[in-house]
Design a protein around this ligand. Structure first.
Ligand SMILES: *[C@@H]1O[C@H](CO)[C@@H](O)[C@H](O)[C@H]1NC(C)=O
Ligand SMILES: *[C@@H]1O[C@H](CO)[C@@H](O)[C@H](O)[C@H]1NC(C)=O
Ligand SMILES: *[C@@H]1O[C@H](CO)[C@@H](O)[C@H](O)[C@H]1NC(C)=O
Ligand SMILES: *[C@@H]1O[C@H](CO)[C@@H](O)[C@H](O)[C@H]1NC(C)=O
Length: 245
């Protein structure tokens, strides 16, 4: 019985150490350990090379919900709120180096592998189709990837990553890993459009059909996410400018 108060005192001393989170002295004994756990999950996540595994993501989300009442009387709520809001869409190193890279590879590789490209559209924006494509097309997605240092790791994390990436948010907030993955897809499509334009310009040979197809595809992708500002009409305007002359 004597131990408990000293743990509480200790944890209230420990709480301010995480520089990004202000302390909250007014917490119930049920809240304090939860908020300590939330703080360490959020801190760990912000430093991690990898996105959280689904269990950890779900746990963090549910602690984030508790923060609203646990920290209701503290400024700390702002700090936790901000970190919780960006939890799903924070981009980790592994994602820029491996996940986006894999999307980019599969885009180029697919035309040379009709048994994959005819069956699986890895750039679809339809949530149900996406789930199916990435489940059934796993080997096609990982295949272009052999001899790449990411391959092993992407393969071992594939199921867990995809379960995060392919579960749309229920609250319509566009801040889940699903939305982040959709953004990766759009960014890759836009990159490919840019390089097709550059390539055609340098060869002085325009395939208008192809450019319009690519532009529409990018636009459709962007229309399905709030995470990219809709400024791409400008790019499509340019495409049409090229094609008109
Ligand atoms: C996490 O990142 C912060 C800065 O963002 C740094 O001060 C801290 O040392 C890092 N912690 C670990 C465990 O890497
Ligand atoms: C996490 O939560 C989502 C949505 O509520 C659910 O579909 C999924 O199965 C959960 N994942 C785990 C590993 O608990
Ligand atoms: C132009 O692009 C379309 C669609 O990608 C393709 O079917 C067609 O063969 C291309 N035309 C030329 C001349 O390369
Ligand atoms: C499109 O082409 C016209 C005529 O060459 C030019 O005046 C205009 O600035 C171009 N617009 C864009 C967006 O490049």
């Amino acid at each position: 019985m004597r131990v408990l108060p000293s743990i509480l005192i200790l944890s209230s001393i420990l709480l301010p150490i995480g520089a990004d989170f202000r302390p909250c002295p007014y917490m119930t004994p049920e809240c304090r350990p939860k908020m300590l756990e939330l703080r360490s999950l959020l801190t760990f996540d912000s430093n991690s090379t990898y996105p959280p595994v689904p269990d950890m993501y779900n746990l963090t989300k549910s602690l984030c919900q508790e923060a609203e009442h646990c920290l209701a009387h503290c400024w700390a709520l702002e700090d936790y709120g901000k970190a919780c809001e960006s939890l799903g869409t924070r981009v980790h190193k592994f994602e820029t180096e491996c996940v986006k890279y894999a999307l980019s590879m599969v885009y180029d590789y697919n035309p040379h592998k009709p048994e994959c490209s005819e069956k699986y559209d890895f750039f679809t924006t339809d949530p149900l189709l996406k789930k199916k494509v990435f489940a059934e097309g796993k080997e096609c997605f990982l295949n272009p990837f052999y001899s790449n240092p990411c391959e092993q790791e992407l393969r071992s994390k594939y199921d867990s990553l995809m379960s995060l990436y392919l579960t749309p948010s229920e609250d319509g907030k566009y801040n889940s890993p699903y939305d982040k993955f959709q953004k990766f897809q759009c960014e890759v499509l836009l990159q490919k459009l840019d390089s097709a334009i550059a390539d055609m310009n340098s060869k002085n040979s325009i395939n208008a059909t192809k450019l319009v197809e690519m532009a529409q595809r990018s636009q459709n992708c962007i229309d399905n996410t709030c995470l990219i500002k809709p400024k791409k009409t400008e790019k499509i305007g340019k495409v049409f400018n090229i094609t008109l002359f």
